[in-house]
Design a protein around this ligand. Structure first.
Ligand code: ZN
Ligand code: ZN
Length: 304
């Protein structure tokens, strides 16, 4: 749905004023998809919550086998100590990235702000229109899509991922890419440790290779090898797809729908910087978010 309004000349001051117009105070605090006294974003989708808990349990299982079946009973102290530190660090970064993806607002557009007053206050020029989402009644910015699970329009929505129980969008894509990266690395590490331990146990006739009985050790190791291989492949593909999408400045939905390019495409490097920030070690940290200039009306106004 498009609406055209005439307007007088706009300058930078009016653009600043218009930015606050998109989230008018009369709408009040939006409690949709929020928890912990509105502080955290949380999608109340039972399927997504089950998948997210399953992810934590799978990491916990890998932790148990790697620590108690592989590393602690190993006779090689330095080998155990080094691998223990590497595995724990990666597990911590993977879980932190997961939590940040899950509990971060992916770039939700305020619901119900597409009122006559708001649109009038935006001060559109001749030949400009705004789009309204018929499902959540918001003024829909360019490249935003409505997610039926989150029940919100999400800026630069890539896809809704049940494994993180959230949409992947403008404001949490970095955390999601890091999550796939760290899970891919931790899975490859666990796969290497499990295969090495299995070979060592076979060579030593299962003597002193584990505190568990040989059949229990075999089952635990085979399950870990299967889990690690499956998730290493899955997250490697996901990581590659995400990096390719950022490189081409095109989201997963835009690729899927084969949408015509209406936005000004950024160079691969600028696109990467818009998601991860300036290149530094911070790129690999799930503790810092992307620095977005969110007070812009760019993308809300469309020429006709
Ligand atoms: Zn919507
Ligand atoms: Zn969603």
């Amino acid at each position: 749905m498009a609406r055209r309004l005439d307007c007088s000349r706009r300058n930078s001051r009016t653009v600043q004023r218009q930015a606050s117009v998109l989230n008018p105070p009369e709408l009040g605090a939006d409690t949709n998809n929020r928890c912990c006294w509105n502080r955290l974003w949380f999608v109340q989708d039972i399927c997504g919550i089950i998948c997210a808990v399953l992810t934590w349990l799978l990491v916990l299982y890998a932790e148990y086998v790697v620590v108690f079946v592989i590393l602690l009973p190993s006779p090689y102290l330095y080998y155990s100590a080094v691998n223990f530190v590497i595995f724990q660090t990666l597990a911590f970064l993977a879980i932190t990235s997961h939590l940040r993806t899950m509990f971060s607002d992916p770039g939700a557009v305020p619901r119900g702000n597409a009122t006559k007053e708001t649109i009038q206050q935006m001060g559109l020029c001749d030949g400009q229109v705004v789009y309204k989402c018929p499902k959540c009644c918001c003024i829909k910015p360019d490249r935003a899509h409505h997610c039926s699970v989150c029940q919100r329009c999400i800026k630069k929505m890539d896809h809704h991922c049940p494994w993180v129980n959230n949409c992947v969008g403008e404001k949490n894509q970095k955390y999601f890419v890091l999550f796939t990266f760290y899970i891919a690395v931790i899975s490859s590490h666990a796969f290497f440790l499990a295969i090495s331990h299995f070979i060592m146990c076979v060579n030593s006739d299962w003597n002193k290779c584990s505190s568990k009985s040989p059949p229990a050790t075999v089952i635990l190791l085979i399950l870990l090898i299967f889990e690690a291989l499956l998730f290493a492949i899955f997250t490697c593909v996901m990581f590659g797809t995400q990096v390719q999408a950022i490189w081409n400045d095109e989201t997963g939905i835009e690729q899927l729908k084969k949408e015509s390019v209406r936005w000004q495409k950024r160079s691969p490097w600028r696109s990467l910087r818009s998601v991860f920030g300036r290149f530094s070690l911070v790129w690999f940290s799930p503790f810092t978010g992307p620095s977005l200039n969110l007070n812009k009306l760019d993308g809300y106004l469309h020429a006709v």
